[in-house]
Design a protein around this ligand. Structure first.
Ligand code: 13P
Length: 250
């Protein structure tokens, strides 16, 4: 059995002062888990988060990085800058970035490659919209996001990648995919990875579920065969809720 990887995506929330409070509360609440715990915080909170989590079982991630090492890219952050801070993970291609900031499968792939080259572990997000699901195009969309978004990524590189399946209709809506819906979609994603990389690599790949996951519904989701963890938005902003997810699976 794999352990689970539970990552909090704080999105654009928490000042440095609030970060100190939240991490201070979180450390004892997740100290006894066998699962991997990651918090993906805004750029401005990274240094504080790395400092406060030293010597604990909490790992720190960013929420984006650029595909170039340096240059005239106003407002962007290079992977090496994150590594220098002590950051280990980075969320890539979140649906909010695809929707609001023009992220495409090609830019997702470019950022993933750059992150891997710098030694970061990317958490690459995929997922269908409600319209895509209801029109019967879910599998087509997920397949495209995997085939295009991982083009040229080797099996060796994939061992350092986490995939997050986040159906867009479940994000921030309070509507969670059922345990079976989430498991079935992730099983489908895994089958596409298996076509490309073979069964063994696909089975070893961590695929998280994300979308209104919280301390109440986590145990059911995490008990499903194909769900290797969670990417948690809203519930990751409250120490008791996030730790409830982390501790939902022993
Ligand atoms: P919510 O948990 O707030 O639905 O957000 C999920 C998400 O987008 C995590 O990346």
């Amino acid at each position: 059995m794999k352990n689970k990887i539970i990552a909090g995506n704080w999105k654009m929330n928490k000042t440095i002062a609030e970060t100190k409070t939240l991490i201070g509360s979180l450390i004892p609440l997740v100290a006894d888990t066998n699962n991997t715990v990651i918090i993906c915080v805004p750029f401005t909170d990274l240094a504080t988060a790395v400092e406060l989590t030293k010597g604990t079982n909490i790992h720190v991630g960013a929420q984006n990085c650029h595909w170039k090492e340096s240059g005239a890219f106003t407002g962007e952050i290079a992977p090496s800058m994150l590594v220098e801070l002590g950051v280990e993970y980075v969320v890539i291609g979140h649906s909010e970035r695809r929707t609001y900031f023009g992220e495409t499968d090609a830019t997702v792939l470019a950022r993933t490659n750059a992150a891997l080259s710098a030694g970061l572990k990317p958490i690459v997000c995929i997922g269908e919209t409600l319209a895509e699901r209801e029109s019967g195009n879910m599998e087509k969309v997920l397949r495209r996001q995997i085939v295009e978004g991982f083009k040229g990524i080797t099996a060796e590189q994939l061992a350092n990648v986490i995939v997050a399946y986040e159906p867009v209709w479940a994000i921030g809506t309070g509507v969670t995919a059922t345990d079976e819906q989430a498991n079935d979609s992730i099983a489908f994603c895994r089958s596409v990875f298996a076509e490309i990389y073979g069964e063994e690599v696909a089975n070893a790949l961590y695929i998280q579920y994300g979308g209104s996951m919280n301390d109440k519904n986590a145990a059911g989701l995490l008990a499903m065969e194909h769900i290797d963890g969670g990417l948690i938005g809203g519930a990751s902003l409250v120490a008791e809720k996030f730790s409830g997810v982390v501790n939902a699976h022993k």
